[in-house]
Design a protein around this ligand. Structure first.
Ligand code: GLY
Length: 368
């Protein structure tokens, strides 16, 4: 276990992010965050058969007094719904979970968001420990306490801020991750370079083949550096009153694409979250050029790295610009009915731009 790295998240509710191989089997470490005796282990139909048995056994071996229930949801963003949320609440009730219960989220972003939201609501808040098994959830969604479910009108529109008690990113789990999911996670890794760290971006350009090949060293480094960025930002701005909004580069466009496609990202023809964010980052960069904020050369550099990582960079065929814009109007960053977008002045210099001209956005969406 010497390969474990730890990133600390400070602020009012401090916690640590442990990163390394084998953490899912380290029952003593995992169980040290269960304050009471009730544990709900939430997972999905892809991840549970791979890891849930081992996690449950490790927890039981470390803490034989624990009452553990496993609740498995069908895999995929289409199941991050109020109905699934109700199922998790029913599972907590069936367990007889008291206020000192802990929800362990074993899986990707969908499981993490759903588990976190249920933990935020059960008895007005119980602990949640995040056990992310995808690259995307290791570098983004498991950290920072944003929890939510989607509704047909838009993504993540019902939720709460509820920081985890701890995060354990077992890098060995990435060995079973489908290549498409690994690439999707790289989009969020690239995002940190794009918004605030040109040197990290340069490192990603140099290491992209190692990352795509699943090289343990390169992936652990990418995860740790991404988590350091995210930890710093959420520590300073936990409730997204300012700087944290920068983490949404590409997300307003991306969420609109996901919603228009009915959150069908596990299908071959629809984009998953990371892929939609990749497209969204390029659209944001192109809009920045159109608004005279940035040079086109940086857009091309971003696009090239995303393409080299096997990610899409254009709006999928068949999506109507006006329909996407209508979705973007429901984004949580908007204020007083005005479009507020994260754009950039160039690589590493993202900023929030209030009151973006919708006509320019429509142009960019129409150009694909
Ligand atoms: N995923 C963006 C954030 O956590 O703020």
């Amino acid at each position: 276990m010497s390969a474990t790295r730890t990133v600390a998240v400070g602020g009012d509710t401090p916690y640590s992010i442990d990163i390394g191989p084998g953490l899912l089997g380290d029952g003593a470490r995992l169980a040290s965050h269960a304050r009471g005796r009730h544990v709900l282990l939430l997972s999905d139909s892809h991840v549970a058969p791979l890891y849930a048995g081992a996690v449950e056994a490790a927890l039981r071996a470390a803490r034989p007094d624990l009452h553990i229930a496993l609740h498995v949801i069908p895999a995929g963003e289409a199941h991050k719904t109020l109905a699934s949320f109700g199922g998790v609440i029913d599972a907590l009730a069936a367990l007889g979970a008291t206020r000192d219960a802990t929800v362990y989220a074993l899986g990707g972003g969908v499981v993490g968001d759903l588990a976190g939201f249920a933990a935020a609501c059960w008895m007005r808040g119980v602990d949640c420990v995040q056990l992310p098994t995808t690259l995307l959830s290791m570098v983004d969604s498991s950290v920072g306490g944003k929890t939510a479910v989607d509704i047909p009108q838009g993504k993540n529109l019902v939720g709460a801020f509820h920081p985890p008690r701890a995060v354990f990113a077992d890098t060995a789990a990435l060995r079973t991750l489908p290549p498409r999911e690994l690439r999707a996670g790289l989009a969020e890794v690239i995002k940190y370079g794009a918004i605030r760290d040109p040197l990290f971006f340069q490192w990603l350009e140099a290491e992209r083949e190692a990352l795509l090949a699943g090289d343990d060293r390169a992936l652990a480094e990418a995860i740790a550096r991404s988590c350091e960025h995210k930890a710093g930002i959420v520590e300073r701005d936990p409730l997204e009153k300012g700087e944290r909004a920068l983490l949404n580069l590409g997300h307003t466009f991306g969420h609109a694409i996901e919603a228009e496609q009915g959150y069908a990202g596990s299908d071959r023809d629809a984009l998953n979250h990371g892929e939609a964010v990749a497209v969204g980052m390029v659209l944001a960069a192109r809009l920045s050029v159109r608004l005279g904020m940035a040079a086109a050369t940086d857009t091309e550099r971003l696009r090239s790295l995303l393409v080299a990582c096997g990610l899409p960079t254009a709006v999928p065929a068949g999506l109507e610009p006006a329909a996407l814009l209508a979705r973007m109007r429901l984004d949580k960053k908007n204020l007083a009915g005005r479009l507020r977008l994260v754009l950039w002045r160039g690589l590493g210099r993202a900023e929030v731009v209030p009151d973006v001209d919708e006509a320019r956005v429509l142009e960019i969406l129409g150009e694909g």
